[in-house]
Design a protein around this ligand. Sequence first.
Ligand code: 13P
Length: 291
Amino acid sequence: MKVFLVSIFCLVASSSSFISISNILKQTTDTKLLFRKPFITGNWKLNPQTKDEAIELATDIASTITPESPEVALFVPFPFIECVQKAVGDKLQVGAETCTPEDGGAFTSGISPAMLASIRVKWALAGHSERRTINKETDEYINSQCVKLLDQGMSVILCIGETLSEFELNLARSICEVQLKKGLAGVSADDMLRVSIAYEPVWAIGTGKVATPEIAQSVHAECRKIIQDMYGEKVAEETRILYGGSVNPELVDGLLAKPDIDGALVGGASLSAAFGRVINFQPLEETTLID
Ligand code: 13P
């Protein structure tokens, strides 16, 4: 198992020639070492266009995963879920890009959490900015998706993030606070074990304008404080907050080095086997991975 620790580990490690994982975990509360397994995820969106291409892409990505790789999930179009599951076996999780928060009935094109669970889908996205904008999904609707997925025993990545004009008005924290509080309304502390957050600044999605590691870190730290206000310190320290927005093999190491960036939600760069380099990111000096 890999353990993802922040830079403070270096201070601890330097004062001891050998330190075991159990020692580190015992020191977690006292020294504020973090214990969150990195989570690298790909969002294929409306790609690729055929089942054969999906199987080939998934197979290529799965072949880059080793026992040392972090946890990986691919969010793929509904028609490809089962063939991709078959292609990747247990190397990675295959998730859904959205769901319909209804139990059944007259909702043409709907896909319910129960349907997803019945084909062994564990993860789904909720609140992606493209769904918010193109499909006019509101915070209330996104909240009902989260609640239904969790009720079904599934896990959810709640996506949040501000637009460029909001960023320029210094509103990133406020927007994230609203989206977190509304999106997670009614979600219990226990259920938070099955929730990850993806901070995806809208201005960085598909634009090539990646947030600098410093900008992303500062918003992630704010989000963790908001989660702490909502659920307390333990939940805040355990919740993984992923960064999304133009992540690529060149930028991933710098982003993942930051203490509050626990993984990535990757669009364009998850559409080729080069995604393997993102999956197997190389922690820089601020982060240490320990077996
Ligand atoms: P890009 O990585 O293509 O910017 O997309 C990010 C995203 O929207 C992931 O959900």
